[in-house]
Write a protein that binds this ligand. Structure first.
Ligand code: URA
Ligand code: URA
Length: 262
């Protein structure tokens, strides 16, 4: 009997993993009759599952679990609270050197969130992401698939400008990435677009080429994630505009599927 129950559990866990759906589980040996909505989920072996890996949790619950417990904004209820924390805090030296923090802009109920790398000079001056030349091109790219900046939410991996626009340092990513996790946990988007290799690789914790990243739709803790060229790269290499257009058409199709599904 015990063995049969275990097999059944294994089968159900497997189905859950496949479908991402929460199916009712038979009670395990130690469970009480209490409803267990807030109980940590168990893996095949009855061990507590890492919540970030648990497909039965909602994406924003998994993403929330990535935020260090000692982050003062972990339980913030609004984006404004997190933005205020950022404005008042120096986490890494680039935060001290910035003119303005660049938190994010757009619709707090957006189904599409766009993630770039880091603010540049214009963004640092205005405190808003993607307002320079690359940003103007991003606006045009969005317009081509019938979005405005107000329809989506735009942010970056880093919230402060690195000097001379150098690539983010590991400790800067480590300090700022949880702020992005918090934004995503509050925004609850249905689809993500990372622009450029740095944003794509950082979110996916990989070090792949842009063409490898572009190749497939990724799974970001349960949220579909697509990667395309960075608009700044398109300004230098106009031959990448055509493949970007292909990516954006696909993004629009997936967006429409995901937002009409309910
Ligand atoms: N490039 C980025 O990655 N982000 C910005 O906000 C501006 C330029
Ligand atoms: N390399 C990058 O880092 N980003 C691009 O968008 C293209 C090539």
């Amino acid at each position: 009997m015990k063995e049969l129950l275990r097999d059944l559990r294994t089968h159900i866990e497997y189905q859950r993993a496949l479908t991402g759906e929460a199916l009712p589980l038979p009670p395990s040996a130690s469970s009480s009759d209490e409803p267990s909505a807030s109980m940590p989920n168990r893996d095949l072996f009855g061990n507590q599952m890492d919540p970030t890996e648990d497909p039965s949790l909602a994406p924003w619950e998994r993403i929330h679990a990535l935020i260090p417990d000692d982050a003062p904004y972990k339980d913030a209820e609004t984006l404004a609270e997190v933005e205020e924390y950022l404005a008042d805090t120096v986490l890494v030296p680039i935060d001290e050197d910035r003119e303005n923090p660049v938190f994010g802009v757009g619709d707090p109920h957006a189904d599409l969130v766009i993630v770039g790398e880091a603010p540049g000079r214009n963004e640092d001056k205005e405190g808003e992401p993607f307002v320079g030349r690359a940003g103007q091109l991003l606006d045009k790219i969005l317009d081509a698939i019938h979005f405005t900046r107000e329809d989506v939410y735009i942010t970056n991996i880093l919230k402060s400008r690195p000097p001379r626009n150098r690539n983010p340092h590991a400790e800067e990513v480590e300090a700022h990435l949880p702020l992005l996790y918090k934004q995503l946990a509050l925004l609850r988007p249905k689809i993500l677009l990372a622009v450029g290799k740095v944003a794509g690789n950082t979110l996916l914790d990989r070090s792949s080429s842009l063409s490898t990243l572009r190749d497939t739709e990724h799974d970001f803790y349960g949220i579909p994630l697509m990667v395309t060229y960075h608009p700044a790269a398109l300004l230098r290499n106009s031959q990448w505009k055509r493949p970007t257009w292909e990516d954006m058409k696909l993004l629009r199709t997936r967006y429409d599927e995901l937002t009409t599904a309910e």
